[in-house]
Design a protein around this ligand. Sequence first.
Ligand code: GDP
Ligand code: MG
Length: 165
Amino acid sequence: KAGFVNIVGNPNVGKSTLMNALVGERISIATFKAQTTRHRIMGIYNTDDMQIVFSDTPGVLKPQYKLQESMLNFSTSALTDADVLLYVTDVVETPDKHNEFVEKVAGMEIPVLLLINKIDLSNQEKLVELVEAWKALLPNAEIIPISATTKFNVDYVMKRVKELL
Ligand code: GDP
Ligand code: MG
């Protein structure tokens, strides 16, 4: 089995930390051509019977500078160019239907796991509210609360990814 998984979301929500937790720090993160490092960082998960390539994309959809327009194009196509999309948010980010990721992810046909990260910084009540709000915004996504630093639910995310490939 083999598959390609994109990790997207706004800056600072924990995408890179999650990728490290998923592929394991031992398996070093391969950055290909120097040119591509700012666009995409690949992490490869290998077992005897499976290879999964994770792609950690920059969380920028709106170009702030002209130079970033290529990143815009990349990030947008990166959303659909995968077998599974991991859309990472965190307990700090407010669910908002005007969020560009939300608008793009809402109409997607590939499976989407919406990962609410940093739950170690939240409480049950706040988390329930967040889950409900995200569910209303993205009914097509499967919502999983996680903590990339404590690795809470990281194994479960990997399990779901494998099932969806
Ligand atoms: P990225 O910009 O989305 O790649 O985010 P990073 O992976 O660089 O993480 C941004 C910051 O959030 C770093 O300081 C991480 O240590 C922190 N962080 C990531 N995941 C968690 C988490 O599950 N809990 C907490 N408390 N902090 C986290
Ligand atoms: Mg990052």
